[in-house]
Design a protein around this ligand. Sequence first.
Ligand SMILES: [Zn+2]
Length: 253
Amino acid sequence: MKRNILDAHMHLPYDCKSFADKRSTLLKEMQTNQITKGIVISDSSLESTIGSLQECVELFAHDEHIAIVGGISPFFTYEKQLRLLEKYLQEKRVVGIKLFCGHEQFYLYDERLLPVYDLARTYQVPILYHSEGHTSPYACLASTQMAVKQHPDITFVCCHCHYPDVADCFAAYEDTTNMIFDMSSLADQWIYLPSMKKEIEKFLYKHPNRIMFGSDYAGCNQLDHLQFALSLAMDEQTKNKLLYETACKVYKI
Ligand SMILES: [Zn+2]
Protein backbone atom coordinates (compact mmCIF):
# COMPACT_ATOMS: atom_id res chain seq x y z
CA MET A 1 0.00 0.00 0.00
CA LYS A 2 1.22 3.48 -0.80
CA ARG A 3 2.33 5.47 2.24
CA ASN A 4 0.86 8.91 2.90
CA ILE A 5 3.61 11.49 3.26
CA LEU A 6 3.21 15.18 4.07
CA ASP A 7 6.14 17.58 3.72
CA ALA A 8 5.36 20.14 6.43
CA HIS A 9 7.96 22.69 5.35
CA MET A 10 8.40 23.75 1.73
CA HIS A 11 9.04 27.01 -0.12
CA LEU A 12 8.74 27.94 -3.75
CA PRO A 13 11.97 27.33 -5.70
CA TYR A 14 13.89 30.53 -6.46
CA ASP A 15 15.56 29.55 -9.75
CA CYS A 16 12.49 29.57 -12.01
CA LYS A 17 11.41 32.32 -14.37
CA SER A 18 7.78 32.73 -13.37
CA PHE A 19 5.53 31.88 -10.44
CA ALA A 20 3.70 29.39 -12.67
CA ASP A 21 7.06 27.65 -13.26
CA LYS A 22 7.82 27.67 -9.51
CA ARG A 23 4.48 26.04 -8.80
CA SER A 24 4.90 23.29 -11.40
CA THR A 25 8.54 22.63 -10.36
CA LEU A 26 7.47 22.19 -6.72
CA LEU A 27 4.54 19.95 -7.60
CA LYS A 28 6.74 17.84 -9.88
CA GLU A 29 9.34 17.40 -7.14
CA MET A 30 6.62 16.21 -4.75
CA GLN A 31 5.37 13.75 -7.34
CA THR A 32 8.88 12.42 -8.01
CA ASN A 33 9.42 11.83 -4.29
CA GLN A 34 5.89 10.45 -3.79
CA ILE A 35 4.88 13.16 -1.34
CA THR A 36 1.10 13.19 -1.00
CA LYS A 37 0.51 16.57 0.64
CA GLY A 38 2.53 19.64 1.46
CA ILE A 39 2.73 22.89 3.37
CA VAL A 40 4.12 25.84 1.41
CA ILE A 41 5.40 28.67 3.58
CA SER A 42 5.29 32.17 2.10
CA ASP A 43 7.79 34.92 2.75
CA SER A 44 6.97 37.82 5.06
CA SER A 45 8.14 40.43 2.55
CA LEU A 46 6.06 41.51 -0.41
CA GLU A 47 8.76 41.09 -3.03
CA SER A 48 10.34 37.69 -2.67
CA THR A 49 11.56 34.87 -4.88
CA ILE A 50 9.67 32.41 -2.63
CA GLY A 51 6.47 34.43 -2.94
CA SER A 52 4.52 36.76 -0.68
CA LEU A 53 1.48 35.66 1.32
CA GLN A 54 -0.89 36.72 -1.44
CA GLU A 55 1.20 35.18 -4.22
CA CYS A 56 1.42 31.79 -2.50
CA VAL A 57 -2.29 31.70 -1.59
CA GLU A 58 -3.35 32.60 -5.14
CA LEU A 59 -0.81 30.32 -6.83
CA PHE A 60 -2.03 27.17 -5.08
CA ALA A 61 -5.72 28.13 -4.85
CA HIS A 62 -6.79 25.05 -6.84
CA ASP A 63 -4.26 22.53 -5.50
CA GLU A 64 -6.15 20.58 -2.89
CA HIS A 65 -3.06 18.79 -1.61
CA ILE A 66 -1.17 22.03 -0.85
CA ALA A 67 -1.86 24.17 2.23
CA ILE A 68 -0.32 27.59 2.86
CA VAL A 69 1.37 29.00 5.94
CA GLY A 70 1.58 32.79 5.75
CA GLY A 71 4.71 34.69 6.69
CA ILE A 72 4.32 38.07 8.38
CA SER A 73 6.70 40.70 9.75
CA PRO A 74 6.32 43.93 11.73
CA PHE A 75 8.76 45.43 9.19
CA PHE A 76 6.76 45.00 5.95
CA THR A 77 3.41 46.87 5.58
CA TYR A 78 2.40 45.24 8.84
CA GLU A 79 -1.14 46.60 9.25
CA LYS A 80 -2.10 45.75 5.70
CA GLN A 81 -0.60 42.26 5.91
CA LEU A 82 -2.39 41.62 9.20
CA ARG A 83 -5.71 42.43 7.52
CA LEU A 84 -4.90 40.21 4.55
CA LEU A 85 -3.81 37.38 6.83
CA GLU A 86 -7.05 37.64 8.81
CA LYS A 87 -9.11 37.52 5.60
CA TYR A 88 -7.28 34.36 4.49
CA LEU A 89 -7.68 32.82 7.96
CA GLN A 90 -11.42 33.51 7.86
CA GLU A 91 -11.61 31.90 4.42
CA LYS A 92 -9.46 28.98 5.65
CA ARG A 93 -6.94 29.58 2.89
CA VAL A 94 -4.08 29.76 5.40
CA VAL A 95 -3.39 27.05 7.99
CA GLY A 96 -0.61 28.65 10.06
CA ILE A 97 1.48 31.80 10.57
CA LYS A 98 5.28 31.95 10.19
CA LEU A 99 7.57 34.36 12.01
CA PHE A 100 11.10 34.70 10.61
CA CYS A 101 12.91 35.79 13.79
CA GLY A 102 16.61 35.34 13.14
CA HIS A 103 16.25 36.13 9.44
CA GLU A 104 14.67 39.34 10.68
CA GLN A 105 15.70 41.35 13.70
CA PHE A 106 12.83 40.89 16.13
CA TYR A 107 12.28 38.66 19.14
CA LEU A 108 9.31 36.32 19.37
CA TYR A 109 8.29 38.08 22.58
CA ASP A 110 8.30 41.50 20.87
CA GLU A 111 5.09 43.30 21.86
CA ARG A 112 4.56 44.35 18.27
CA LEU A 113 3.68 40.71 17.56
CA LEU A 114 0.68 40.65 19.90
CA PRO A 115 -1.81 41.12 16.99
CA VAL A 116 -0.23 38.06 15.31
CA TYR A 117 -0.70 35.96 18.45
CA ASP A 118 -4.29 37.23 18.67
CA LEU A 119 -4.94 35.95 15.15
CA ALA A 120 -3.44 32.55 15.99
CA ARG A 121 -5.63 32.37 19.09
CA THR A 122 -8.83 33.50 17.36
CA TYR A 123 -8.47 31.22 14.34
CA GLN A 124 -6.78 28.35 16.22
CA VAL A 125 -3.77 28.04 13.94
CA PRO A 126 -0.16 27.36 14.95
CA ILE A 127 2.65 29.91 15.03
CA LEU A 128 5.75 28.62 13.25
CA TYR A 129 9.09 30.23 13.92
CA HIS A 130 12.58 30.03 12.48
CA SER A 131 15.03 28.71 15.08
CA GLU A 132 18.81 28.56 15.34
CA GLY A 133 21.39 27.52 17.89
CA HIS A 134 23.61 30.37 19.06
CA THR A 135 24.07 32.14 15.72
CA SER A 136 21.31 34.71 16.28
CA PRO A 137 19.98 36.17 19.54
CA TYR A 138 16.57 36.55 17.84
CA ALA A 139 16.27 32.83 17.06
CA CYS A 140 18.02 31.19 20.02
CA LEU A 141 16.35 29.11 22.72
CA ALA A 142 16.63 31.73 25.44
CA SER A 143 14.51 34.23 23.53
CA THR A 144 11.99 31.88 21.93
CA GLN A 145 11.30 30.12 25.23
CA MET A 146 10.12 33.38 26.79
CA ALA A 147 7.50 33.89 24.08
CA VAL A 148 6.30 30.31 24.18
CA LYS A 149 5.79 30.59 27.94
CA GLN A 150 3.78 33.79 27.45
CA HIS A 151 1.29 32.03 25.16
CA PRO A 152 0.46 28.60 26.59
CA ASP A 153 -2.84 28.57 24.67
CA ILE A 154 -1.15 28.77 21.25
CA THR A 155 0.48 25.85 19.45
CA PHE A 156 4.02 26.68 18.34
CA VAL A 157 5.97 24.89 15.63
CA CYS A 158 9.73 25.10 16.08
CA CYS A 159 11.25 24.85 12.59
CA HIS A 160 14.76 23.33 12.44
CA CYS A 161 14.93 22.32 16.15
CA HIS A 162 17.46 25.06 17.01
CA TYR A 163 20.18 23.22 15.07
CA PRO A 164 22.95 22.33 15.80
CA ASP A 165 21.68 22.40 19.43
CA VAL A 166 18.99 19.79 18.82
CA ALA A 167 19.57 18.07 22.17
CA ASP A 168 19.23 21.38 24.07
CA CYS A 169 16.10 22.19 22.11
CA PHE A 170 14.34 18.93 22.95
CA ALA A 171 15.45 19.17 26.59
CA ALA A 172 14.19 22.76 26.91
CA TYR A 173 10.79 22.00 25.41
CA GLU A 174 10.27 18.45 26.64
CA ASP A 175 7.52 19.49 29.09
CA THR A 176 6.10 22.25 26.88
CA THR A 177 3.08 20.49 25.44
CA ASN A 178 2.11 23.35 23.12
CA MET A 179 5.37 22.91 21.17
CA ILE A 180 5.66 20.74 18.04
CA PHE A 181 8.86 20.40 15.99
CA ASP A 182 9.48 20.22 12.28
CA MET A 183 12.76 18.54 11.37
CA SER A 184 13.25 20.61 8.22
CA SER A 185 16.80 21.30 7.02
CA LEU A 186 18.46 18.96 9.56
CA ALA A 187 19.49 16.46 6.85
CA ASP A 188 21.22 19.16 4.82
CA GLN A 189 24.85 18.27 4.13
CA TRP A 190 26.09 21.49 5.80
CA ILE A 191 23.94 21.01 8.89
CA TYR A 192 23.61 17.29 9.57
CA LEU A 193 25.44 15.71 12.52
CA PRO A 194 25.05 12.02 13.45
CA SER A 195 24.06 13.08 17.00
CA MET A 196 20.92 14.73 15.56
CA LYS A 197 19.64 11.38 14.33
CA LYS A 198 20.01 9.88 17.80
CA GLU A 199 18.33 12.89 19.43
CA ILE A 200 15.33 12.71 17.10
CA GLU A 201 14.98 8.96 17.61
CA LYS A 202 15.16 9.40 21.38
CA PHE A 203 12.58 12.19 21.42
CA LEU A 204 10.21 10.42 19.03
CA TYR A 205 10.33 7.30 21.17
CA LYS A 206 9.09 9.32 24.16
CA HIS A 207 6.89 11.78 22.24
CA PRO A 208 5.71 10.17 18.99
CA ASN A 209 3.14 12.95 18.43
CA ARG A 210 5.51 15.91 18.52
CA ILE A 211 7.79 15.84 15.45
CA MET A 212 6.74 16.38 11.83
CA PHE A 213 8.64 15.50 8.70
CA GLY A 214 9.65 18.59 6.71
CA SER A 215 12.41 19.28 4.21
CA ASP A 216 12.79 23.04 3.71
CA TYR A 217 12.59 22.42 -0.05
CA ALA A 218 13.75 24.16 -2.27
CA GLY A 219 16.57 25.52 -0.09
CA CYS A 220 17.25 21.92 0.95
CA ASN A 221 16.91 18.62 -0.89
CA GLN A 222 13.51 16.97 -0.38
CA LEU A 223 14.61 13.42 -1.16
CA ASP A 224 17.61 13.62 1.23
CA HIS A 225 15.22 14.65 4.00
CA LEU A 226 12.72 11.93 3.19
CA GLN A 227 15.44 9.28 3.19
CA PHE A 228 16.73 10.64 6.49
CA ALA A 229 13.23 10.46 8.01
CA LEU A 230 12.74 6.92 6.73
CA SER A 231 16.13 5.89 8.15
CA LEU A 232 15.12 6.77 11.73
CA ALA A 233 14.67 3.83 14.08
CA MET A 234 10.98 3.83 15.04
CA ASP A 235 7.91 1.62 14.95
CA GLU A 236 5.41 1.74 12.10
CA GLN A 237 2.85 3.77 14.06
CA THR A 238 5.41 6.45 14.93
CA LYS A 239 6.57 6.55 11.32
CA ASN A 240 3.03 7.30 10.15
CA LYS A 241 2.76 10.06 12.73
CA LEU A 242 6.09 11.60 11.78
CA LEU A 243 5.50 11.41 8.04
CA TYR A 244 1.83 12.36 7.94
CA GLU A 245 -0.58 12.23 10.83
CA THR A 246 0.94 14.77 13.22
CA ALA A 247 1.04 17.47 10.53
CA CYS A 248 -2.57 16.72 9.52
CA LYS A 249 -3.59 17.29 13.15
CA VAL A 250 -1.46 20.38 13.74
CA TYR A 251 -2.63 22.10 10.53
CA LYS A 252 -6.15 20.61 10.56
CA ILE A 253 -5.87 19.38 6.98
ZN1 LIG B 1 12.11 27.30 5.52
